[in-house]
Write a protein that binds this ligand. Structure first.
Ligand code: NAP
Length: 452
């Protein structure tokens, strides 16, 4: 029977789900998958994007682990596509490749002052608090009043991490250096700004609800933001999620405030215009908007300012181009038809596929990458006639290539060793896990394990 030798680049949920779906799919060939990952550890945004106080979402790791540990897949961690391995290398060793590299950069916000010191991208902050090996270990949490721009779940994560008391994070896997910086933070007020109304937010109910459960944090909302227009009423009447979100937000308006040492302010109908400051962020200037009757907003011309000393834009993530692969600079995705990568002339690039956020953009919860992977895998299976014909499909040739280049790749056994090491570190401190943060240490611990 023919064997499909498949490379998957990116070992986050999207790549792992694609591997799982392919193994389980009905097909007339065997499958042999090598999963390449630029980080020494797998799981992508589940390990480096989900906030440490979200153990429920971190639990997705259990499902991913079952796939990675199934014995059907080899993991090559600490291997960067475009540096350690090229498209030509993949063609030499595999029949096809699926890119599942996600979207890890911050979308840009083109307003004056956005480059001032004190202005940050949410993705960088998330990487820092999740112990990503490639970001600095220090983060300047030195200010009392902070803005978070955006009304999606990343904005909620960032605001929650900024305003939550560090000791309430202790039971989680928050890295030690992150706890220390959060513990010393002088923050008193975090302001979340949304350019549309409270019934047009992108939050999800579970995530919004937990924001209101923070210890010693008052929720501050403004009556003027809750005047109802016909489009908002329609959204509440026809969308269960919006109904639940509206109940949560309105319940906070009933609360007594004033006793907490920290405050979380929600500003709706506030379109950011400028970060104001002389050498450092000193205020956010925004235009008050109003409903336009169709679910959108229009400017009112009324300009307001709120003093802040730091600002985080959480307005969405953005994908990165990959060497040799078409890229849509405008949308930050690999151009594709249902996962089949296409070139500038709309022609299919044979053997090359995409799935996850690099395929469809950074929207949707982790579970939605499953249906996405199904679509991509369906085409991969049907495209058998157009697969590449590798000269060296044998399993050993890729390890020989990486070894010959001196690439210090990590394996599934190596990941198990690192995983156990982190759990043991946690046990000693009465915590679930303590993450190893420096890349060289992750690689060393992983490579001390017997190699696959
Ligand atoms: P998102 O859900 O797309 O939200 C982006 C927010 O930024 C929206 O409120 C959007 O407003 C706003 N925005 C965009 N451009 C803006 C601009 N120029 N000025 C002002 N505001 C602007 O993106 P995300 O928060 O990055 O989340 C990405 C995905 O990951 C989502 O599917 C999210 O649910 C998921 N996620 C889930 C969790 C979880 O805990 N379950 C955690 C993190 C992320 P408009 O709506 O007006 O465009």
């Amino acid at each position: 029977m023919t064997t499909l030798r498949l490379a998957i680049v990116g070992a986050g949920p999207a790549g792992i789900y694609a591997a799982d779906i392919l193994h389980k799919a009905e097909k007339k060939f065997e499958v042999s998958i090598d999963l390449f990952e630029q980080l020494p550890a797998p799981y992508g945004l589940v390990r480096y994007g989900v906030a440490p106080d979200h153990p429920r979402i971190k639990g997705i790791v259990n499902a991913l682990r079952d796939v990675v540990d199934s014995g059907n897949i080899r993991l090559f961690g600490n291997v960067l596509y475009g540096r350690d391995i090229s498209l030509d290398d993949l063609k030499e060793h595999y029949n096809a490749v699926i890119f599942s590299t996600g979207a890890v950069r911050d979308a840009s916000l083109d307003i004056p002052g956005i480059d001032l010191p004190g202005s940050y991208g949410a993705a960088d902050f998330v990487s820092w608090y999740d112990g990503h090996p490639d970001v600095p270990r220090q983060w300047p949490l030195e200010h009392k009043e902070v803005a978070v721009i955006g009304n999606g779940n990343v904005a909620l994560d960032v605001a929650r991490m900024l305003v939550k008391h560090a000791d309430d994070l202790l039971p989680t896997e928050v890295p030690a250096n992150v706890y220390d910086v959060l513990k010393a933070s002088p923050v008193t007020d975090v302001h979340i700004f949304g350019r549309r109304g409270p019934y047009q937010v992108k939050f999800t109910p579970l995530e919004l609800r937990e924001l209101g459960e923070l210890n010693d944090v008052d929720m501050i909302l403004h009556d003027e933001d809750f005047e109802m227009d016909a489009a908002s009423q329609l959204a509440i009447d026809t969308n269960k999620q919006i109904l639940v979100l509206s109940r949560i937000l309105n319940s906070w308006r009933e609360r007594t405030t004033g006793a907490a040492s920290r405050r979380l302010h929600l500003h709706f109908y506030a379109k950011p215009l400028e970060l104001v400051g002389d050498g450092h962020v000193e205020a956010i200037r925004f235009e008050r908007t109003r409903p336009n009757g169709e679910g959108g907003v229009e400017g009112t011309g009324e300009i307001r300012e709120v003093p802040i000393q730091a600002a985080y834009r959480a307005i969405g993530y953005f994908g990165s181009a990959l060497p040799g692969i078409p890229f849509d600079e405008h949308r930050g995705v690999i151009p594709n038809r249902e996962g089949q990568v296409i070139d500038d002339d709309d022609q299919q690039v044979h053997g090359v596929y995409a799935t996850g956020w690099i395929k469809r953009g950074p929207v949707g919860l982790i579970g939605s990458t499953k249906s996405d992977a199904m679509e991509t895998v369906k085409h991969l299976i049907h495209d058998q006639a157009n697969w590449w014909s590798p000269r060296h499909p044998e399993l050993s040739s890729i390890t020989e290539l990486l070894d010959s280049r001196g690439v210090e790749y990590t394996t599934i056994d190596g990941w198990h060793a690192l995983d156990q090491h982190e759990i043991a570190l946690g046990e000693a401190a009465g915590r679930a896990r303590i993450k190893v943060v420096p890349r060289d240490e992750m690689v060393r611990i992983s490579r001390e394990a017997p190699r696959a």
